[in-house]
Design a protein around this ligand. Structure first.
Ligand SMILES: *[C@@H]1O[C@H](CO)[C@@H](O)[C@H](O)[C@H]1NC(C)=O
Ligand SMILES: *[C@@H]1O[C@H](CO)[C@@H](O)[C@H](O)[C@H]1NC(C)=O
Ligand SMILES: *[C@@H]1O[C@H](CO)[C@@H](O)[C@H](O)[C@H]1NC(C)=O
Length: 482
């Protein structure tokens, strides 16, 4: 007798939750800026607008990005890096100042529509060995006070993006937070619940596949699987739902079965690993978007998809650490210069992504290894170039892995040359480098041309000779010489 009633009550609650939150799942994006070649922030905001992306997540309160977002109508989640948590947790004054400088300064009429502040980024990550764990709740309490003082507590919600390693289980229904986190999670979720904030989690089926050779490949995607996971009466056909429901079970276990969930990061990279390619990324992201927008929900939350989903990522970030793997620089649905990598329907009326407009490229020229020179002694140059510039696509599984030894060297030279804003000395390499005006790209392997948001500040610092050369080149271009 009892059981159906509970189920009925729970179902009613789901319908309520669904009508409150589920109906309007939004697809947002993460806008990270760890890049050698940055688009102008205003070009990025135009890119968001052109693609009708209404929510964006920033990892820091970057003044340039926030200024560009002012008046755009785009809803913003502003991040606080983990290394600020120590001071913010211990000093109400620091917390007040953070809110003043990084929220109050931007909101208001024609300002930035800041909806969330993300307190830390995956602060409970196992590999941080607990160093931030005890700062999280005190920081939340301080910031909440600061927001209240600034009259922003009603419009700006605090959240804590967690990695999915905060919980674990063999089956979704058995989900539980890591034992050492149970106390902190209970305090955190109670805080979120009191303040009307969602739980934010980052879910990465790609990393599960990358990290384990026996992870069934089709379980990472949304098109059905030969390896479904059976959990009581529930059958899971994709890792995303399985992971999501593991979190739902963990939240239920600490008494918050109704806690709304936002996906802070989810995505698939396109390069730098065998499973990271254009078709896989397209299949995953499109499958995810269709799944979320179908409002189907998951077995434990039928009809209640995540409140919002922030794709990781908007743009490739070529200066990110490759510690996790070479794929780390290739998560963008757009390349670093705002060009769509594949067809993706964000559910906003267009079947395709729209490219960035008015991208300020450096001149169309590349640095390659002089084909007439002996290349037997360039190993050091290659290493130096790739230690600074991005050469990740050259490695096994990368889009430039098959271009041969000479191609490798040219690729490295060019990456370095573009990183140095095409400074002529940066294509010397003891006389082996050669500037060319013919695009050396081969097949899917793209030899990039840099972009700049620095309004030619660095460019101006280059030698007069270079500027003269550019003028000559532009002149030749108009004459139709190339
Ligand atoms: C505001 O945010 C930026 C970017 O994260 C940070 O460098 C700065 O210290 C913050 N301001 C305060 C007062 O903490
Ligand atoms: C792309 O990745 C998918 C899925 O991980 C894999 O099955 C496929 O073979 C890869 N495609 C190429 C061309 O490498
Ligand atoms: C090109 O460079 C990559 C990365 O260093 C290496 O894995 C690959 O074997 C190289 N290819 C050739 C033909 O030397």
């Amino acid at each position: 007798m009892l059981e159906p009633r509970i189920k009925g009550a729970a179902f009613g609650a789901f319908l309520l939750l669904g009508s409150l939150l589920g109906a309007e799942s939004a697809i947002g994006v993460n806008w990270g800026t760890v890049s050698f070649h940055k688009l102008k922030p205003s070009a990025v905001v135009d890119l968001l607008k052109d693609n009708k992306i209404e929510k964006v997540k920033l990892f820091e309160a970057e003044p340039d990005a926030l200024r560009a977002l002012a008046g755009s109508g785009i809803q913003v989640m502003v991040g606080i890096p983990n290394d600020l948590l120590a001071i913010l947790s211990s000093s109400p004054a620091a917390s007040d100042l953070w809110v003043r400088q990084n929220v109050s300064a931007y909101v208001g009429k024609d300002g930035v529509d800041i909806r969330y502040v993300a307190v830390g980024n995956e602060p409970f990550l196992t590999s941080y060995a607990g160093q931030y764990v005890n700062y999280v709740v005190p920081t939340l309490l301080n910031l909440q006070q600061s927001l209240a003082k600034a009259n922003l507590a009603g419009s700006v919600k605090l959240v804590v993006p967690c990695n999915a390693d905060a919980y674990e289980a063999n089956l979704p229904s058995q989900g539980a937070f890591r034992p050492e986190l149970t106390d902190i999670m209970t305090q955190l979720v109670s805080f979120l619940n009191t303040n009307g904030s969602p739980f934010v989690v980052n879910i990465y089926p790609f990393l599960s596949l990358y990290g384990s050779s026996d992870f069934p490949q089709d379980y990472a995607f949304f098109e059905g699987t030969t390896h479904p996971v059976t959990d009581g009466n529930n059958v899971y056909t994709n890792a995303f739902d399985g992971n999501f429901d593991t979190l739902v079970a963990a939240l239920t276990k600490i008494g918050y079965s109704q806690m709304p969930i936002v996906i802070g990061e989810v995505g698939w990279p396109t390069d730098g690993a065998l499973n990271a390619n254009l078709s896989a990324a397209r299949a995953f992201n499109q499958g995810l978007i269709n799944h979320v927008l179908s409002n189907r929900g998951t077995p434990l939350r039928p009809g209640v998809p995540p409140m919002d989903v922030y794709l990781f990522s908007l743009l490739d970030e070529g200066a990110k650490s490759v510690l996790p793997g070479n794929f780390e620089r290739h998560w963008g649905i757009f390349s670093f210069d705002g060009q769509a990598k594949y067809a993706l329907n964000l559910g906003r009326g267009s079947k395709l992504l729209k490219n960035a407009r008015n991208v300020q490229y450096l001149p169309s020229r590349w640095c390659i290894a002089d084909p007439t020179k002996d290349l037997s002694s360039v190993a050091n140059h290659f290493r130096l170039a790739c230690s600074e510039a991005d050469c990740t696509t050259l490695n096994y599984g990368g889009s430039c892995n098959g271009i041969g030894a000479k191609g490798n060297i040219s690729y490295a030279f060019n990456s370095y040359y573009q990183l140095r804003m095409q400074n002529s000395q940066s294509c010397d390499f003891d006389g082996i480098g050669l500037v060319t005006f013919l695009n050396p790209s081969v097949g899917e392997c793209r030899f990039l041309v840099g972009v700049t948001d620095t309004s030619f500040a660095k460019f101006r610092a280059c030698s007069n000779r270079l500027i003269y050369l550019v003028l000559v080149l532009w002149g030749l271009r108009f004459l139709g010489v190339y």
